[in-house]
Design a protein around this ligand. Structure first.
Ligand code: SF4
Length: 458
């Protein structure tokens, strides 16, 4: 095969990064992180307490090249990766802190952590109950088919990330409870299911972060898409935060070139290959290595679209979003989604009222040129579908949220505007009620019938 993947521009005098060997720290190695020594001991202890409950994993590149330690604790990447006391409820914090102070056994710590996990809504929006596809009369674990055109696949080799985000809505996968984990190693079942479903046009590989997978696994999963029986799957999407946490994946990893060659082969065969890159802040896109990774990926013909939730303490500011979207346009990326922080995990620390989220979106989008206005939002991946807040207005004398489905369990719901009573405190769709005194939203009964449950999961 002709090698057209571009070589990285690196010389001895202009290293792209000091960190080409992946070295990671988890909760057990937290006290080996030199940079943390600038923090008071009490704060380090608090971080240890929270790290017993929520997942913690960070690598040297993030620590040394993405975090501005003169700006800690406010630094957005520090907030993105390091645990903070208020991420857990005060009573849970106290209980766990006491166990640590008493030198409790690991088993006891894990037991308490497990109890706390159960209170943190580990599987929001009915994912486990409603979205598992059936193939040859068997449920396919590690896959979700929620919307007609799109199948999500969770490869078992991609169920971790190069670092963990403190606000992660998939945190449950990382805390050792295998019951809460989506993962499939069955490439054949994926391809078999898709061959039997010609209505599916998009496959989304997600995780964890599937970009932690070696290229040989990617080859197993992706090369079959070149076969004529899978022509209907036109778009291959890969959800990843690797451009932030480990851009070396595309430049220095020993199978980086093969990965890029594979992407290029898919593009040349006519597939649309889209890297759905997760960036929360412009600070994540400043290093030479991330810019080089972007350049190399784009050279394969892969499109990079960007998405992120709006998160308190990290990017709750229109200026940050406007600057981030501008930077992305400059780098040839396409802003795609602003999400609402999901109702799970450490949401008490990160959540932002829907009204404020919409305000940030509006003020940010007003500042950028048309090319960056491709960013949709703010959107909630709720049980019935992906719901976008389109505006806040007054109708028939009532202040309302204007909403629409971007995706719906029933495609007929998509694009239909609907209205919820304005609530300045609400942070998720399940806290909203229909406007104009109506009892239900237009889809409530149909969704209830689909979910087969008395209590609806929003
Ligand atoms: S990269 Fe995505 S899946 Fe991984 S920790 Fe962050 S939000 Fe979670």
């Amino acid at each position: 095969m002709t090698m057209t993947v571009q070589q990285p521009v690196r010389t001895r005098t202009t290293p792209l990064t000091e960190y080409t060997r992946y070295k990671v720290f988890t909760q057990r190695q937290m006290d080996q992180i030199k940079a943390l020594e600038v923090l008071p001991e009490e704060q380090r202890f608090e971080m240890q307490v929270v790290a017993q409950i929520l997942p913690f994993r960070v690598n040297e590149y993030v620590i040394n090249e993405l975090i501005d330690w003169d700006n800690v604790p406010a630094d957005p990447v520090f907030q993105l990766t390091f645990p903070q006391r208020d991420m857990v409820a005060p009573e849970d914090f106290e209980q766990m802190a006491n166990l640590l102070k008493q030198g409790a056994e690991r088993k006891e710590i894990m037991q308490l952590a497990g109890q706390i996990h159960g209170r943190l809504n580990p599987h929001p929006a009915g994912q486990q109950e409603m979205n598992v596809p059936i193939y040859e009369d068997e449920p396919l674990g590690g896959m979700q088919h929620k919307y007609r055109e799109t199948v999500l696949f969770f490869p078992s080799q991609g169920q971790v990330c190069h670092s963990y985000c403190t606000f992660c809505f998939r945190w449950a996968q990382f805390v050792g409870n295998t019951e809460l984990r989506f993962a499939s190693h069955e490439a054949e079942k994926l391809h078999g299911y898709l061959k039997a479903h010609p209505e599916v046009t998009d496959i989304l590989f997600t995780g964890g972060d599937p970009m932690v997978m070696r290229t040989r696994h990617w080859q197993n999963y992706l090369e079959p898409f070149l076969a004529p029986e899978l022509t209907h799957v036109q778009t291959i999407r890969i959800g990843t935060k690797s451009l932030t946490f480990w851009p070396q994946r595309y430049v220095y990893d020993d199978d980086a070139d093969e990965l890029l060659q594979l992407l290029e082969k898919l593009v040349k065969s006519g597939k649309h290959v889209a890297l759905m890159a997760h960036f929360n802040h412009w600070q994540e896109m400043q290093t030479p290595i991330v810019r080089e990774a972007i350049r190399r990926i784009r050279a394969t013909g892969t499109v990079i679209r960007t998405q992120a939730p709006l998160i308190n303490h990290i990017n709750n500011d229109p200026q940050i979003w406007a600057d981030m979207w501008r930077e992305q346009i400059q780098l040839g990326l396409i802003p795609y989604y602003m999400f609402v922080e999901r109702d799970t995990g450490a949401k008490r620390y990160f959540e932002v009222p829907l009204a404020r989220t919409y305000e940030v979106y509006q003020q940010a989008i007003q500042q950028v040129s048309g090319l960056a206005r491709t960013a949709r939002g703010p959107s909630m991946s709720a049980g019935p579908g992906k719901i976008e807040i389109q505006g806040i207005t007054e109708l028939q004398g009532e202040k309302v949220f204007v909403l629409r489905f971007i995706q719906g369990r029933n495609p007929d719901w998509v694009q239909k505007p609907f209205f919820a009573k304005y609530d300045p405190e609400a942070t998720w769709f399940d806290q909203l009620v229909p406007a104009f005194g109506e009892e239900k939203f237009f889809f409530t009964d149909e969704y209830a019938a689909m979910s087969g449950q008395d209590e609806l999961i929003f």
